[in-house]
Design a protein around this ligand. Structure first.
Ligand code: MOS
Length: 740
């Protein structure tokens, strides 16, 4: 009865389809109060005074909390640089400033949501505005205003890679392609905006029911800000309506816990609930980072890469969030999956008064790979070499050194994904290399000037935490029964964010134990029931959870055979260690595993209207082993649709630190009418030597090559290279010289 490699219905499918699944916003407890947040709504200011008296005097208002109520008024996943609440009276220096429009200033707790919102609007805040820094390229200038004057600079992270001598090699190259690229913000736009409920549980723990990506990290950050030991805080995830990196950082977690705990101290032990509106969600959580790149790549006449030089400025927004890690990934990915003997990369993260940048599917990979793959497509064109062929000549192979001076771990399948995608997309291979006939153009029709093109890109995506970040994953397996195993309980903290992780975990447990899936029962996503399994991010959950569950299952089986009843085993999986960038050279072992991908896109551009339609996508993914092929296909299609929004539609507009597109009526995400006409998902299974059943991670990978493939296709259709996107009709017409 194999489980791995089959596609049983998802464990949560019926509840989600029938509407019985409870998301945080659906959960209510008797006697609950309602919390509303006062957001700063101004990008840079000092709060001189805060008057909450009118709000507090309103009947039905139970409490108003401000900075002075926060025991340790700082938090942050990587650096604790963000106040929980901004305002005077805080022991933490710098907490009296607001640095972006979504900074949180006060909490109102009232008998109803309407009352809480009404009272919030009665709070008077006296702001003294400060100069706004809204462009990261200006923020690095010495005369720029500083967000954190005590730091003396807006630059909060920088990396430097030096391999060989890029400057000398660029002088010797037969051809050099220069480029300047800008990548846009993107909103996660998960179906379910932030929401949650906090209460004191029967053991006196402050319990927060919320949607996140890492229960134990939420617990840690809440405990830190409240100045409490971890075990006094409990975090539970019910159904989660999407995450994509957008729930990696705190939103409602700390303020909910703070309110419930402070009320409890005043003798009011009532649950506190909050639900953000879509607008609050859009200004209240981080976005995909804006990046600015300048680069030069050099190659021989035969298309062998000689050198790449890349300069990167990342707009971190007002607080660090995961910027430093996202920058690390972009710094590695910006030279693509190629063997390049000479590389120089300089990168920096910069504070501005924009919305914070943070984790979003691909984690810096999409930005870095857009640059690498567009540079490759331009080099191919310049040299008159087919774009697949030029990649063929430069792909990283076993033992070849990355820019950081170490090889990829064994099991590289770039060649296989390239071949699979190219062949399926119409390329032919002969003695002279890969070739594709030019796109067939539609018959011209009066009033409908459309041109077609096809583009290609490939890439890789790390699996798991990078650059020395501690990486481990916990699981237990319990076997119950008398003579035969009747029931299996798997405990694991991993978040089911909608990707199907829990179904895949149950399948892997069943397979490891040789039992039918129905016998496996999961206890998940509750810090009181499980230990730390790490986050649902970095394409890591199948790989990490699978290895942890496999380890626990094997030990539990051994105990079962030794007649232990119940047979219980705990296992913590630790992958091979990674190391951080060395300061001057970038030398490192960045990651312990990767997945590989190649993608083609065929587009049709209406040169009168500027509309770009994507007709066909072929996406070849080496997933190592498809634990659940249908879910793998779902991830591929979902990633492509999300990348389609990024490449073509989603035009997030900020001006002077203010968001001009705070609704889904102005920030347009793809609908069924916009998405690619046809997506062909090719699933390759070249096992990762360390993956559970050979599985690699794959949730982010198909997203990465989409934008450069579409941009190359638009180039073939129109003759124009777009170095900035999204390719809205306006941008396309401007590129075609049809708008002033
Ligand atoms: Mo994801 S961007 O690794 O949460």
């Amino acid at each position: 009865m194999p489980s791995v490699g089959t596609s049983p219905a998802r464990a949560d499918a019926v509840a989600k389809v029938s509407g019985t699944a409870l998301y945080p916003g659906d959960i209510n407890r008797p006697g609950q109060l309602h919390l509303k947040l006062l957001f700063a709504r101004r990008p840079h200011a000092v709060i001189r005074a805060l008057d909450t008296s009118r709000a507090e005097a309103l009947p039905g208002v139970v409490a108003v909390f401000t900075a002075k109520d926060v025991p340790v008024n700082e938090y942050g996943l990587i650096l604790p640089d963000q106040p929980v609440l901004c305002g005077p009276g805080s022991a933490n220096a710098g907490a009296d400033r607001v640095r972006f429009v979504g900074d949180q200033v006060a909490l109102v707790v009232a008998e109803s949501e309407v009352l809480a919102a009404y009272a919030r609007d009665l709070i008077r805040v006296e702001y003294e505005d400060l100069p706004v820094v809204s462009d990261a390229r200006q923020a690095i200038e010495p005369e720029s205003p500083l967000l954190f004057p005590e730091k003396g600079t807006n630059v909060f992270c920088s990396y430097r890679i030096r391999k060989g001598d890029a400057v000398a090699a660029l002088r010797q190259a037969d051809v050099v392609v220069e480029g300047e690229y800008h990548t846009p913000l993107q909103e996660h736009a998960y179906l379910q905006p932030e929401a949650g409920l906090a209460y004191i549980d029967d053991q006196g723990r402050i319990t927060v029911v919320v949607a996140g990506q890492w229960t134990h990290e939420d617990q840690e950050q809440i405990a830190h800000s409240l100045g409490l030991p971890r075990d006094q805080v409990r975090v539970i995830y019910p159904a989660i309506g999407g995450a994509f990196g957008g729930r990696e950082d705190m939103s409602v977690q700390i303020v909910l816990a703070l309110a419930a705990w402070r009320l409890h101290q005043r003798g009011i032990s009532r649950p506190v609930k909050t639900v953000w509106s879509r607008e609050e969600s859009i200004i209240g959580h981080h976005k995909r980072h804006v990046f600015h790149f300048r680069t030069r790549w050099g190659a021989t006449r035969t298309g062998r890469l000689m050198a790449a030089e890349v300069d990167i400025i990342q707009d971190g927004g007002a607080y660090a969030y995961t910027s430093t890690k996202v920058l690390g990934n972009a710094t590695l990915m910006c030279t693509g999956p190629y063997e390049i003997p000479n590389v120089a990369v300089d990168s920096r993260s910069v504070y501005t008064n924009n919305l914070p940048g943070g984790a979003f599917r691909g984690f810096g990979g999409p930005q870095g790979l857009f640059v690498a793959e567009t540079q490759m497509n331009k080099l191919a064109e310049r040299l008159g070499i087919d774009p697949v062929e030029i990649r063929q000549r430069n792909l990283l192979t076993e033992g070849a050194l990355l820019s950081v001076g170490t090889p990829l771990p064994p099991g590289i399948s770039l060649q296989q994904v390239l071949e699979a995608c190219a062949e399926r997309s119409g390329w032919k291979r002969s003695a002279s290399g890969w070739m594709r006939p030019p796109a067939r153009q539609p018959e011209p029709r009066p009033g409908r000037n459309v041109r077609r093109g096809k583009g290609f890109a490939c890439g890789f995506k790390n699996v798991g935490f990078s650059f020395g970040a501690p990486e481990k994953c916990w699981a237990t397996v319990e076997l119950r029964g008398a003579t035969e195993i009747e029931e299996v309980t798997v405990r694991h903290a991993g978040a089911e964010v909608g990707q199907g992780a829990h179904t895949a975990m149950a399948q892997m447990a069943a397979e490891a134990l040789g039992l039918p899936l129905e016998k496996v029962h999961l206890v998940v996503s509750d810090t009181a029931e499980t230990d730390d399994s790490g986050s649902a991010s970095a394409s890591r959950m199948t790989f990490m959870a699978g290895n942890a569950i496999l380890g626990a299952a094997q030990q539990a089986l051994a105990k079962w055979k030794a007649e232990e009843r119940p047979a219980v085993a705990r296992f913590v999986y630790r992958p091979p260690a990674t190391t951080p960038y060395a300061p001057d050279t970038g030398q490192s072992m960045p990651n312990f595993a990767y997945g590989y991908v190649a993608e083609s896109a065929e587009v049709e551009v209406n040169t009168d209207t500027g509309e770009v339609r994507v007709l066909n996508v072929v996406c070849a993914n080496d997933v190592g082993r498809a634990i659940n092929p249908q879910q793998v296909e779902g991830q591929i299609e979902g990633a492509i649709v999300q990348a389609h929004g990024y490449a073509l539609l989603e035009n997030f507009v900020m001006k002077d630190g203010q968001v001009l597109t705070p609704h889904l009526s102005t920030y347009l995400i793809p609908t069924a009418l916009d998405i690619p006409g046809h997506v062909e998902s090719l699933i390759l299974e070249h096992p990762d030597p360390q993956g559970p059943f050979g599985a690699r991670g794959m949730g982010e990978m198909p997203y990465l090559p989409y934008t450069p493939a579409v941009i190359a296709a638009v180039r073939e259709a129109t003759g124009v290279w777009f170095d900035e996107f999204p390719l809205t009709a306006e941008r396309v017409l401007r590129g075609l010289g049809k708008l002033d």
